[in-house]
Design a protein around this ligand. Structure first.
Ligand code: HEM
Length: 400
């Protein structure tokens, strides 16, 4: 599928139904039944096998013969050069030992215990932001609540000054939008790297009690210390992945809950289960996960040749009726912990325990303390981030 570009290959399905901006393209339900591994043409120009059933997606994401070298969603970026090697330290795009070397250095920073220790801090900043909202009669939930909470947490963890947030938040939006041109994208990544590079240099001279300092020290204890380039890419990736993902989930999750008020009691009764269901239902990594076959493999009965591309469509697997009854309904009482919203396999999200706690605290506290919360007006479709790799809202004006 890399070389032969047949003329009749369908385009990658991205059209959300106007009736429900939380649902993926309706084509996925037909594909799951009729052609669960089907050829598609991606906006980046390559043709790929679109894998749309839950079980096949798990098989793809667990198979070490399927490389992550262009993960996660580069197939959606027009003009993407798939021949490039991943940058040193780009954990999400490395395979095998190169990947596990970095993951081993980081995993201890993200244990359930460490993340639970952050819960009181997350509760405190959540309450403070709600207090600030209550001092006004209305707010925009994205800048006033959804964005600051995960940004503060990842800054605190990494040792990044929160005062510098405006620049890295703006650059993250540019980097994650598939419509950003390459010059702007390159400049945004360069600024992020220069910024993290400066912090790494400071920590090399004067270590502090933060993740960046510990990463430098831990790397130095191995027989292959992390290079400056690796530290910079890792730090930049964590800074971006650590705030933009959860921020989008908080805003979109709030809107989904406000549109399903019958579910609010279940949120307060069982916040853990509720968050898993929201992760399933919303699948904010909205275009699936790109992989490349390093040898011939069979997936869902289809013969995939070495060099061909596959997209594990987690947005579709999370709506697979063979796994989740009535999959297009948000049902906070269901047991959805098996969802694919954090991926699966070797690259499964490193920050998932942190994201879970942030979502549990932010959503339960917001909707408990502001029981009259509602959007000020119906949200126009232009406020949904339909071209961003991470789906979410640009703004959500609310009152209570
Ligand atoms: C709701 C919030 C989040 C969602 C939906 C999410 C989703 C994902 C997904 C789907 C992957 C797998 C990508 C692939 O296989 O190609 C991933 C990987 C990753 N995530 Fe998250 N994530 C979230 C929050 C976070 C946070 C808070 C952090 C850091 C503090 C983080 C750091 C990472 C890293 C470092 C990886 C790469 C892991 C590896 O390659 O071994 N994520 N995430």
């Amino acid at each position: 599928m890399t070389s032969t570009r047949a003329v009749d290959v369908p385009e990658f399905p991205v059209a959300r139904p106007e009736s429900c901006p939380f649902d993926p393209d309706a084509a996925f339900s037909r594909l799951r039944t009729e052609e669960p591994v089907s050829p598609v043409r991606c906006p980046a120009g390559m043709d790929a096998w679109l894998v749309s059933r839950y079980e096949d997606i798990r098989t793809v994401l667990a198979d070490p013969r399927l490389s992550s070298r262009c993960a996660s969603s580069q197939h959606m970026v027009p003009g993407y050069d798939s021949g490039q090697d991943p940058a040193p330290g780009q954990i999400i795009q490395l395979d095998g030992e190169e990947h596990s070397r970095l993951r081993r250095l980081l995993i201890g920073e993200f244990t359930v215990r460490r993340m639970e220790a952050l819960r009181p801090y997350i509760q405190r900043i959540t309450d403070e932001h709600i207090d600030a909202m209550l001092a006004k009669s209305g707010a925009d939930l994205v800048p006033d609540f959804a964005l600051p909470i995960p940004s503060l947490v990842i800054c605190e963890m990494l040792g990044v000054p929160y005062a510098d947030r405006e620049a890295f938040q703006q650059d993250s939006v540019l980097l994650l939008d598939t419509e950003t041109d390459w010059e702007t994208r390159g400049a945004a990544w360069q600024r992020t790297c220069d910024y993290i590079g400066g912090l790494v240099q400071q920590r090399q001279v004067a270590p502090e009690d933060d993740l960046l300092s510990r990463l430098i020290a831990r790397g130095n204890e191995t027989d292959r210390p992390l290079t400056m380039a690796e530290l910079v890419t890792l730090g930049g990736t964590l800074l971006i992945a650590g705030h933009e993902t959860t921020a989008n989930m908080i805003a979109l999750g709030t809107l989904a809950l406000l549109e399903n008020p019958a579910q609010l009691a279940a949120l307060q009764a069982e916040p853990e289960a509720a968050v898993e269901e929201l992760m399933r239902y919303l699948t904010v990594i909205q275009f699936g996960l790109l992989r490349q076959a390093t040898e011939d493999v069979t997936v869902g009965g289809a013969e995939v040749k070495a060099g061909e591309w596959l997209v594990a469509a987690i947005q579709s697997g999370n709506r697979d009726g063979d796994v989740y009854a009535d999959p297009d309904t948000v049902d906070l009482g269901r047991q959805a912990r098996t969802h694919l919203g954090f991926g699966f396999g070797a690259h499964q999200c490193l920050g998932q325990q942190l994201a879970r706690i942030e979502l549990q605290v932010a959503l339960t506290t917001l909707l408990r303390r502001l029981p009259g919360l509602r959007p000020t007006a119906p949200l126009p479709l232009s406020e949904f981030k339909s071209s961003a790799i991470i789906y979410g809202l640009r703004s959500l004006p609310v009152t209570w």
